[in-house]
Write a protein that binds this ligand. Structure first.
Ligand SMILES: Nc1ncnc2c1ncn2[C@@H]1O[C@H](COP(=O)(O)OP(=O)(O)O)[C@@H](O)[C@H]1O
Ligand SMILES: [Mg+2]
Length: 240
């Protein structure tokens, strides 16, 4: 890399780190008072009769506080992408588990799920919980993009490169507008209506994959669907 580009990359990495620190501090500061608002609004709701004229407003306060809680949790996740454990991890098994616990989700009802998992896939060095979070985020995005019907395909592959495994999550959803494609990994970038997205999912995925020494890219055809591709390094002892 030429030196000015390296300088820019370093600056961007520093900025991201500082943003992460700020996000973490704000989230921690907000977490406790927010818990209080939730608790007291809940207590008030319990005290009021069904027909009390104040009830409607308190229900609203409670709902909005819940929404804040989700955003704060997203910020905490965004700030805590560091890998805690780094054991050998079986990607196929994680994908299997994630599909397993999403299977009953109403949104998956009319979506067919295809899996093509390479049985020769070697272990990856990583944090199982964090990688699981990555796949949950990608699958949730894929499902949301399909609006009820379509195909979700998960593919793993170990063929081209002995040092990396390839993981793909494809959907036949709405695709991504050209002008948005460059922004999807930005924290808080979302095209979803209020209450549906925080815009933190892909930025969290990006951070986690990078900390695993991997890469994440998205390809899309507007109106036809999107494919997210991740490469992760093979665990040392599994390297050929
Ligand atoms: N599979 C997908 N299909 C279409 N658009 C997607 C997909 N994944 C991500 N996006 C776009 O990227 C944006 C950012 O995604 P994300 O960071 O997960 O935040 P959120 O899902 O909360 O909006 C989404 O709002 C959407 O516009
Ligand atoms: Mg998302």
């Amino acid at each position: 890399m030429e030196s000015s580009k390296r300088q820019q990359a370093l600056l961007a990495a520093e900025r991201l780190k500082a943003t992460g620190r700020l996000a973490s501090e704000i989230a921690h500061e907000l977490n406790t008072p927010l818990g209080g608002i939730l608790m007291y609004s809940h207590l008030l709701m319990e005290d009021l009769t069904e027909d009390d004229p104040c009830r409607e407003n308190i229900v609203k306060i409670n709902k909005l506080a819940h929404r804040c809680k989700i955003i704060v949790q997203g910020l905490l996740d965004f700030a805590h992408q560091e890998i805690r454990q780094s054991g050998p991890v079986q990607i196929n098994r994680i994908l299997h588990n994630v599909i397993g616990f999403l299977e009953d989700h109403v949104l998956l009802k009319n979506i067919s799920v295809e899996t093509h998992l390479d049985p020769t896939l070697p272990m990856v060095a990583g944090d199982e919980n964090k990688l699981e979070q990555v796949f949950v985020n990608l699958i949730v995005n894929a499902i949301q993009s399909m609006d009820g019907t379509g195909t979700l395909a998960l593919r793993t592959e170990f063929a081209l490169d002995p040092s990396r495994v390839r993981i793909e999550c494809s959907d036949t959803g709405c695709g991504i507008d050209e002008e948005n494609l460059g922004r999807i990994f930005e924290p808080f970038f979302t095209t979803k209506e209020k209450g549906k997205g925080t815009g933190l999912g892909l930025s969290i995925c990006h951070g986690i994959v990078e900390r695993h020494g991997g890469t994440i890219t998205v390809e899309t055809h507007k109106g036809y669907g999107s494919t997210c591709t991740i490469f992760l390094p093979v665990a040392e002892k599994d390297r050929g």
